[in-house]
Write a protein that binds this ligand. Sequence first.
Ligand SMILES: [Zn+2]
Length: 373
Amino acid sequence: MAEAGLDATIDGVGNVIGRSRNPGSALLIGSHSDTQPTGGWLDGAMGVIYALEIARSLGEDGETRALAVDVASWIDEEGAYFSFLGSKSFCAEPMPDAWAQVTGRDGRSLAEAIAAAEFAGRAPARLDPARHIGYLEAHIEQGGRLEAAGKRIGVVTNIVGIRNFIIAFKGAQNHAGTTPMPLRRDAGAALIDLAYAIRARFAELAGADTVWTIGHIELHPGAPSIIPGRAEMVLQFRDPAESRLDLLEATLHSLVAAANAAGHIEIAFAAAKDGVAATAMDGELQRHLGIAAEAHAPGGWMLMPSGAGHDAQILARHVPSAMLFVPSIGGISHDFAEDTAEDDVVLGCQVLATACVSILRELARTAPAGRRV
Ligand SMILES: [Zn+2]
């Protein structure tokens, strides 16, 4: 970062921020540099390197040298302690209760990890509303839509909202050989019936970008000769529109109510705390990204939602934000096999750089420093 002409700091949670020495309005560009266990090499890191490369190359060109690009490498996007730790801290969002005592997989608390890294006592880096006029983040797609469509660039319209529900079934545990079928209160059978009803009904209500998953099921006590007395499943659904998430949640309510009314198994459900709201990307920044994509790859780009969460959804609550995707080969991510064609890695950075310049130039023409795009 220093070689690229940036003033680099590591803040009190571990965010690495490179601030341009140019005064006036700045674009913030970045992503995260943490990863998943056995994750790939591009998830997050590519977007940080794009930001660094854009800051470096604009600084080397006399035409763009006066433009200000600040670079961010967010800590813990993936949630080793909790998701979006770095970007939430940067935006001064409220932290969960006792946030510093949250423990990672090694049993160490976040406070201990920060102290061990010698970041304790450093000031948190913060979004500067008088300086940062927008946030751009590039990322691999982590899915197969671009590849399937034969496109090389995705301009993100929305980041999907996510809702998780824990659904609990209470019946009566009993002997699987001596209890006749009409006398059973089988919590496992009730779970399967409801799971099937959800699949059928959600398929009727789904939009093109709706996904839903029953990712976890437990039958208690879980033995071949015991009728399950209790059962539990976790249902997750995602969609770019809060209105459709509301519809799916209302549908879940009515399916559970109908199952409770019809059967003799008690079914209760609760929303898990880790849901996130759907987030729209800034329309004006999307327009700049689309023009830049068309210039570098005519006809080779498309608008699309993001099915994964990203730091941009946190930044978007505070400053106009937008995202650009490049294709993931085979749609693979969160795996060592994750990769992107080298030409596409280069193209994505060129598109982001062109958009960055046009955003900063347009702003200089039309708005005083400090005004939001
Ligand atoms: Zn990521």
